[in-house]
Write a protein that binds this ligand. Structure first.
Ligand SMILES: Cc1cc2nc3c(=O)[nH]c(=O)nc-3n(C[C@H](O)[C@H](O)[C@H](O)COP(=O)(O)OP(=O)(O)OC[C@H]3O[C@@H](n4cnc5c(N)ncnc54)[C@H](O)[C@@H]3O)c2cc1C
Ligand SMILES: NC(=O)c1ccc[n+]([C@@H]2O[C@H](COP(=O)([O-])OP(=O)(O)OC[C@H]3O[C@@H](n4cnc5c(N)ncnc54)[C@H](O)[C@@H]3O)[C@@H](O)[C@H]2O)c1
Length: 471
């Protein structure tokens, strides 16, 4: 039997960070990984998807500038884009990350882990063997999510693309149907259209990216349509079959024939076969945690869950943030050190509730942090939304002819601080962290007034929003 202070299940970005912080706090840590060290993000999500999206974005930007446009008249070299993507996915080999993990003093245990009662983990190893690990202090579940597919007749036989195939395919399908209106669907419709596929996006609801401000989905719809994506709202798939090509049946009764279909219909937590029942939790459900990462309903302060698997915010940077905080909490509890659980304290992941940033790498990009107007009102805040046309800011109009964009700040009228901000437009991604700092630090509007944006940058949107607010 192997004994460690901490056993971490899953070596995605969350598990890596949590393990590192717990080890830095003086604990011995084993990390159990079933596939590749680095997780979904490194090989089938953030990195390869952004590598697919970046060259089309650079080309589209050049084409918006007379002078540059003439030099950027050719078509995208899809093969070169895919080769660069392969580099960013490290050719689906995890040697680099294994080296980091071991150099950080962590012990990698290859295999599929599952809980077996209190502080006990069973690992089915790749050679068909079995290892039993016990944890002196904590087990942290960081197993992430998997693509969720609807229960449709014929779907299994069709072998649809999920986010994995959409980020790793080395073939550009002639015709691609994308089912879903969320982030994966919008980004992958953008990427594969730019790589040369004819893309139809089938959206069950009436808008894209429904968790963001409504104008984000509207502008992204405009962008997708301008790029040639056939975006169809109010359309559900009712059946599918493959005979070489894929034929989808739609709820209106018509059919659609394509070469591949991507189902980007959300995620499910990777908890179905994790032995959760042995510790009194429900398999297949997200593991709910308190703000120090402890699993709700499990006595003894030993079971933690971090990252996608706890459902708090399905984003790499939030998983890493939780990993850093919960890893330190585990070390503090083990050493008997007091925790700091006040809002924004060292031991709690307060940003998960107040200031989650996200960038959607579509064209235009959509970047948001904190609460939307609707969320702020629903939470009972007295708020005002301040809107501004981003294209009319000098820096934006210089950035690209016909710059399409919009920004919104959600101001808490009682405290005169920002609760949220959204920017939609070309290259707004790098603008977001200024808003994240303003929301996190609760910088008063009166002080933001003194934060002078350099002229002529897109950041001047800050001044325009503040002027609009002050009238
Ligand atoms: C297409 C796509 C694009 C995305 N783009 C972005 C982006 O641009 N920015 C962003 O912030 N987020 C993005 N995300 C979300 C991001 O990928 C996740 O939030 C992130 O990967 C979560 O990290 P994690 O460590 O919690 O889980 P994961 O990355 O899923 O890692 C979990 C690890 O646990 C392992 N594991 C699971 N079960 C077991 C077990 N029983 N035993 C041993 N090991 C196990 C898995 O093999 C995996 O390595 C994207 C997601 C998708 C699908
Ligand atoms: N750039 C980024 O930050 C980035 C990129 C990709 C993914 N992510 C993260 O990954 C997570 C997963 O993204 P996602 O797009 O898979 O999920 P999502 O929950 O954002 O979107 C799922 C979409 O599928 C639709 N849907 C669900 N079931 C359906 C069905 N049966 N038929 C038709 N449509 C259906 C939903 O209405 C929604 O439009 C997100 O929460 C996001 O945070 C982030």
């Amino acid at each position: 039997m192997d004994e460690f202070d901490v056993v971490v299940l899953g070596a995605g970005p969350t598990g890596e960070n949590l393990a590192d912080r717990a080890h830095a706090g003086g604990l011995s840590v084993a990390v159990v990984e079933d596939e590749l060290v680095g997780g979904e993000c490194s090989y089938w999500a953030c990195m390869p998807s952004k590598a697919l999206l970046r060259p089309p974005a650079a080309l589209a930007n050049a084409r918006r500038l007379p002078g540059a446009r003439e030099a950027a008249g050719g078509t995208l070299d899809a093969a070169a884009v895919l080769r660069r993507r392969d580099e960013f996915a490290a050719h689906w080999k995890d040697g680099g990350q294994v080296d980091w993990l071991e150099s950080a003093g962590l012990v990698l245990v290859r295999g599929r882990g599952r809980l077996d009662g209190v502080r006990r983990v069973i690992v089915d190893t790749p050679d068909g063997g079995r290892r039993v690990l016990t944890a002196r202090h904590a087990v942290a579940v960081c197993t992430g999510t998997r693509a969720a597919l609807p229960d449709l007749p014929g779907l299994a036989e069709v072998r649809p693309w999920t986010s994995r195939e959409a980020t790793s395919s080395s073939r550009v399908p002639g015709r691609l149907a994308v089912v879903g209106g969320g982030v994966v669907a919008c980004e992958m419709a953008t990427a594969w259209r730019a790589l040369g596929s004819e893309v139809v996006q089938l959206v069950r609801g009436s808008r894209l990216m429904a968790r963001m401000e409504p104008f984000a989905g509207e502008l992204v719809t405009q962008g997708l349509r301008a790029a040639g994506v056939d975006v169809r709202f109010g359309t559900s798939v009712t059946g599918a079959r493959r005979d070489g090509q894929v034929t989808l049946t739609l709820d209106g009764g018509e059919t659609l024939t394509v070469d591949e279909v991507l189902f980007a219909t959300g995620r499910k937590p990777a908890t179905a076969d994790l032995g959760l029942e042995t510790v009194g939790l429900n398999p297949g459900r997200p593991i709910e945690v308190d703000s120090t990462g402890l699993a709700a309903g499990v006595p003894g302060e030993w079971l933690y869950a971090a990252g996608d698997v706890n459902g708090r915010a399905l984003l790499t940077h939030q998983g890493k943030y939780q990993g850093r905080i919960f890893g330190a909490v585990i070390a503090d509890r083990a050493a008997g050190r007091a925790l700091d659980t006040a809002d924004w304290g060292r031991s709690v992941a307060t940003a998960d509730e107040r200031a989650v940033p996200q960038v959607v790498f579509t064209d235009p990009e959509a970047a948001a942090v904190g609460l939307t107007l609707e969320e702020a009102e629903r939470a009972g805040h007295r708020v005002r939304a301040v809107d501004y046309d981003l294209g009319s800011v000098a820096g934006a109009s210089l950035h690209a002819d016909g710059y399409l964009g919009r920004a919104r700040a959600v101001v808490d009228l009682d405290r005169e601080v920002l609760l949220g901000a959204t920017f939609v437009g070309g290259d707004v991604a790098e603008l977001l962290h200024s808003a994240t700092i303003a929301v996190t630090a609760e910088v008063p509007i009166s002080r933001l007034w003194h934060a002078v944006p350099a002229y002529p940058t897109i950041s001047e949107i800050w001044l325009r929003l503040l002027e609009t607010y002050r009238g």
